[in-house]
Design a protein around this ligand. Structure first.
Ligand code: TXA
Ligand code: MG
Length: 323
């Protein structure tokens, strides 16, 4: 049973209460524009240990530290290259995480013993207010992974958070409800520790966006990256049902495709997004719906094209484990 209160009205006083809970070492799940995060005080080893425990995540997988603005960048990172500053100026607040050399404030317990740190300024207004209020109260920042069990589908609503980890939260932890995440897949992660930016995880901010901003060539060769990166595990972002890619007909399966693609008669349509953006927004909730409704298989016709379509396909490939 889940004992942690859910705040559906994120008033100023609810956010203040949540920031105080973080300061006291408790965990707060909160909405962001990408997916919901499970937040804890980035400077509190006990709070961070609990995040790993609640998620069942190996402790050597680093957490992203969420800050309120670009002005906090130098507090948490050092030796920041010019191109990283350009990226932060252009895409923050927003769905972009920068990997930088860590400052002395970043403990081993939050960075998986690496000498780097992932930083992001979310644009969701509740996330922003919570982070800013917590910074004001504590002088720290909020470390947060996606609020799902390790290897499973990221939550895009507070109900998803409940379903994923509710049972592991205590009566002192909180869940803030900010509706459905507007983007729906995790932030783009760019390693900024080398001479050129390197994309470790694709997302709403595309390779083209990054190249245009930094005026440099961008590497997508995440496999050869020096940094450890859990999203790069082959099977990840996975529902319980089998995700089958392509237009194959599998009797009795759930079906997800863009709205102009007709539903094969032997399958049941679970969502019909009109655009690639909408596809990203409903992707994880559709996987969840397939599980909740007991489908053994979910057939997905992948959206084509560059940019966000590539990020969707990355998640689908991992969810399908190459099937
Ligand atoms: O959109 C997002 O990024 C969401 C929201 C809540 O901000 N967060 C998120 O966190 O997706 P998480 O922990 O589920 O995924 C972050 C990924 C992990 O695979 C982690 O290993 C990698 O980023 N990561 C974090 N810090 C890193 C670092 N210093 N070096 C390399 N990879 C890092
Ligand atoms: Mg995650």
């Amino acid at each position: 049973m889940n004992n942690s209160p859910v705040f559906s009205e994120c008033t100023v006083s609810a956010i203040h209460h949540a920031a105080q809970a973080l300061k006291a070492g408790h965990l707060v799940a909160f909405p962001t524009e990408t997916v919901y995060g499970l937040g804890g005080d980035a400077r509190n080893p006990d709070a961070i240990r609990r995040i790993y425990e609640v998620k069942g995540r190996p402790s050597d997988h680093p957490l992203i530290i969420h800050i309120s603005s670009i002005s906090m960048l130098e507090k948490w990172a050092r030796d920041i290259p010019e191109y990283a500053i350009s990226l932060a100026r252009n895409f923050w607040p927003g769905p972009l995480t920068l990997i930088l050399k860590r400052s002395s404030l970043v403990g081993d317990f939050v960075s998986g013993n690496q000498d780097t740190v992932g930083l992001r300024v979310p644009s969701d207004p509740i996330a922003h207010q919570l982070i800013a209020e917590f910074e004001r109260l504590s002088g720290s920042a909020i470390a947060a992974p996606s609020a799902n069990k390790f290897g499973q589908v990221s939550p895009t609503s507070s109900a998803d958070v409940q379903e994923e980890i509710g049972i592991k939260l205590s009566e002192f932890d909180l869940i803030l409800d900010g509706g459905t995440s507007t983007i729906g897949i995790e932030s783009t992660i760019v390693d900024c520790t080398g001479g050129i930016p390197k994309i470790l995880r694709s997302g709403f901010v595309t390779k083209e966006n990054i190249e245009e901003t930094t005026r440099t060539e961008v590497s997508e060769d995440a496999v050869n990256s020096r940094v450890k990166f859990s999203g790069s595990f082959e099977k990840h972002y996975s529902p319980k049902c089998r995700v089958i890619l392509g237009a194959s007909e599998v009797d009795g399966s759930g079906f997800l495709a863009l709205s102009h693609i007709p539903t094969p008669s032997s399958m049941e349509r679970l969502a019909a997004p009109n655009t690639v953006e909408e596809f990203a927004r409903v992707l994880y909730s559709t996987m969840r719906a397939a599980d909740q409704r007991g489908f053994t298989n979910l057939v997905v016709v992948q959206p084509e094209g560059h940019g966000l379509a590539l990020a969707i396909n990355d998640r689908l490939l991992k969810a399908s484990n190459g099937r």
